[in-house]
Design a binder for this molecule. Structure first.
Ligand SMILES: Nc1ncnc2c1ncn2[C@@H]1O[C@H](COP(=O)(O)OP(=O)(O)OP(=O)(O)O)[C@@H](O)[C@H]1O
Length: 689
């Protein structure tokens, strides 16, 4: 396998060693570290308000997708277990009633009917055990299904975001955040409604059938308290004590980093112009494959790991009933109000079911809206028109050694404004022609439209009027992705990605993203060798390290606090170092041999003069077969060697020509040039005088 085929791995998955006083636990992708201490009872979920029911149409594609992701058997098992938990509670009431009736008969006749009591009791216990097993199984299945549903929609969203053009990606619809982690619970929320309706019906029927039929306080109180006591002894929550919780799984971190790259607005421009979409999808899929073994990403997962605890806890709520049953068998002369107790028990169960139903309905509209938002994003159409012509067209005799030919014909463009009355144009009626393989410099005052010209050429936006021709063909005739593959862009706004240094540079040419030789060459050309030497782990140093690290409670000084501090990482680089690393990525891209147009927009603002000279020299040496456009405020080697200078002012092209012709003209260019030249001449004359 070539270098390119290997997945570049994030930092090693080595757990950080712990002080002997600390303990740790791995829960899914999380590592929880704590100092052993006493536990407290976990807090309860908050309750949502009742809202109107919405129509069911938007839910159909969602249900279909969940069905396709989980398959019929997993879904059916979960659905049956869910429904059973509703009917099962009524079945328990039926058999507890039988037990109580048998007890009552024993008492009234004064004859101990062991079989009459023990058979329904045995059935009751068997149902309860079965019930606990089903509950336990569905608690195990739930996180697996949740995880799969989440990964499915994560992938759909990554693919959708990679498909969006720049303008679409900035739109309002995408400002709403979609948490795929909630989608399974949303689905369950719909199931709960059906579950509680069926439970309520069965409990109600039973309550009607009961209408026919019908004191040891301290011990009863203790028995009633058995359930919370057992729960607090057997259920341990990581949220109950000071713990350090962080994502330990490196694949998961990479998954998150890839998602950030795809969804983060700050990366979008470069993801689009860098043609990274397919690479990101490919890497995302690879990472998903490595993550399939994990069933959840919530640190609460698997806190209850033993089914016996669940069985004992669930049985404990019936200790009072068992107590009465045993007592009736051995002391039949003591009378109890069995029917009355049964009525009370059934009605309180029904009350609780109605309560749940109320809350399940309460969340219905919220859940429908969540699903609507999800599908609005998944089905969102791109705003920018594009054609299906490849660039450079295969059929035409496009010279291999020839850069891109560009023509602007009366181009005007205004950015989509928040305020519709704001009609100011960033570029107005601009026309120029750039012959293939030219070196062009665009100069002008701030806000004069220089960067906007590059953005229009990058197909990030389309002109409001006029036309842009690429090699004589309108730009919108080409596939935007195909133009991006032929273009390298370097600006001062370009970001470092949340990956290693090597991958940051390698992604300049996604087809060779792990080719170390190419990366090293690009590193030298971009002048970032010195930067990388500073990192302890060199090329493998992580930039913008994305670890989820927090503590559950304030950490006072101590071993836990020291441990917490040791996990924090400093990933910052200086502005100039940042620009050198980004420049290396561009050199990686230019070296891919597909590039016909290089656009460079003030990428050296934070660089020292040596770095700047190195960068421009490097770019000029790679000129062959490329058209190069530089936007700059600095008049120097570039402007003097340019084939064409475009001078912008207030969105208009005011002058164009070579350096000498524009100096001779004594216009806007000459004015800007003289302002800069004056600074040096004044300094020289001051020094000499
Ligand atoms: N994303 C945007 N949304 C709205 N207006 C914008 C946006 N980007 C630029 N503009 C406006 O468009 C005009 C031209 O901006 P542009 O960035 O092209 O100028 P520039 O010549 O590159 O400026 P500078 O030299 O400061 O980089 C400016 O008035 C600017 O405020």
């Amino acid at each position: 396998m070539s270098n390119e085929e290997k997945t570049s791995r994030p930092i090693p998955n080595e757990p950080k060693p712990l002080h002997p006083s600390l303990q740790d636990l791995y829960l899914g992708v999380w590592r929880v570290v704590w100092e052993p201490a006493r536990t407290t009872i976990r807090s309860r979920l908050r309750i949502t308000a009742l809202q109107d029911l919405s129509h069911i149409d938007p839910l159909i594609p969602f249900f279909k997708d969940v069905y396709k992701t989980l398959g019929p058997w997993l879904l059916l098992t979960y659905f049956v277990a869910d429904l059973w938990s509703g009917f099962g509670s009524t079945a328990l009431l039926v058999f507890s009633n039988k037990v109580l009736t048998a007890i009552e008969t024993s008492i009234s006749t004064g004859h101990a009917d062991g079989k009459g009591v023990l058979v329904p009791l045995g059935t009751y216990v068997a149902i309860n055990v079965f019930f606990s097993c089903i509950t336990w199984a569905s608690e195990r299945l739930g996180p697996i299904m949740e995880h799969r549903v989440r990964l499915h929609f994560d992938q759909r969203l990554v693919e959708a975001h990679c498909r969006f053009d720049y303008e679409t990606s900035q739109g309002n619809i995408l400002k709403r955040e979609i948490y795929t982690g909630q989608l399974w619970r949303t689905f369950c929320g719909f199931l709960y409604v059906f579950k509680y309706i069926s439970t309520a019906i069965s409990q109600f029927i039973f309550l009607l059938s009961l209408a026919r039929s019908q004191n040891e306080m301290p011990i009863l109180v203790i028995l009633c308290l058995a359930k919370p006591i057992i729960s607090s002894l057997t259920e341990h929550s990581i949220w109950d004590r000071p713990s350090v919780i962080y994502i330990h799984d490196q694949d998961y971190l990479r998954l998150k980093a890839l998602q950030r790259l795809v969804t983060g607005k700050e990366y979008k421009e470069e993801v689009i112009t860098g043609g990274l979409s397919w690479y990101l999808i490919q890497e995302f899929k690879k990472t998903l494959t490595s993550l399939k073994h994990l069933v959840a990403d919530s640190p609460d997962y698997s806190v209850k790991s033993n089914p016996v605890y669940s069985i004992v806890k669930d049985l404990s709520s019936d200790f009072p009933l068992m107590f009465y049953a045993v007592r009736a068998v051995y002391m039949p002369q003591v009378t109890s109000l069995a029917s009355l107790a049964m009525l009370q028990q059934t009605s309180s169960a029904l009350k609780s079911t109605f309560d749940h139903l109320y809350h399940a309905y309460g969340g219905w509209a919220r859940r429908v809206n969540r699903i609507k938002s999800l599908y609005e994003v998944l089905e969102l159409k791109n705003e920018m028109p594009e054609g299906d012509l490849d660039y450079p067209p295969l059929s035409e005799k496009h010279e291999k050694t020839c850069g891109m030919g560009i023509e602007f014909r009366n181009v005007s463009f205004g950015y989509p404004a928040d305020d519709e009355n704001n009609t100011q144009q960033a570029v107005q009626d601009v026309s120029f022609t750039i012959p293939p393989s030219s070196l062009v410099v665009i100069v002008g005052t701030n806000g004069s439209g220089k960067t906007t010209i590059l953005k229009l050429l990058s197909s990030l936006y389309r002109p409001s009027s006029g036309s842009i021709l690429i090699d004589g063909t309108p730009i919108e005739t080409y596939k935007a992705t195909s133009l991006h593959e032929s273009t390298a862009v370097l600006t001062q706004n370009h970001q470092l990605f949340p990956f290693s240094v090597a991958e940051n540079i390698g992604m300049g040419d996604p087809s060779h993203a792990t080719d170390r030789e190419r990366i090293l060459r690009a590193t030298k050309l971009g002048g970032s060798e010195g930067v990388i030497k500073k990192f302890k782990d060199g090329m493998d140093h992580f930039l913008e390290y994305n670890n989820t690290l927090f503590s559950t409670q304030p950490l006072v000084s101590g071993n836990l606090s020291d441990f917490f501090n040791s996990l924090e990482r400093d990933t910052s680089v200086s502005g100039g170092e940042h620009q050198r690393l980004v420049a290396s990525r561009t050199f990686m891209r230019i070296a891919s041999n597909k590039i016909k147009l290089v656009m460079v927009d003030e990428p050296t603002s934070a660089m020292d003069p040596e770095g700047e000279l190195h960068l421009f020299d490097g770019l000029r040496k790679m000129r062959e077969g490329k058209t190069m456009i530089f936007v700059t405020h600095r008049f120097g080697h570039l402007t003097k060697h340019a084939d064409l200078i475009l001078c912008m002012k207030d969105g208009r092209l005011v002058e164009s020509g070579t350096h000498q012709s524009l100096i001779d003209r004594q216009g806007e260019y000459s004015k800007l040039y003289n302002i800069q030249a004056q600074a040096f001449t004044t300094t020289v004359s001051e020094t000499t005088s």
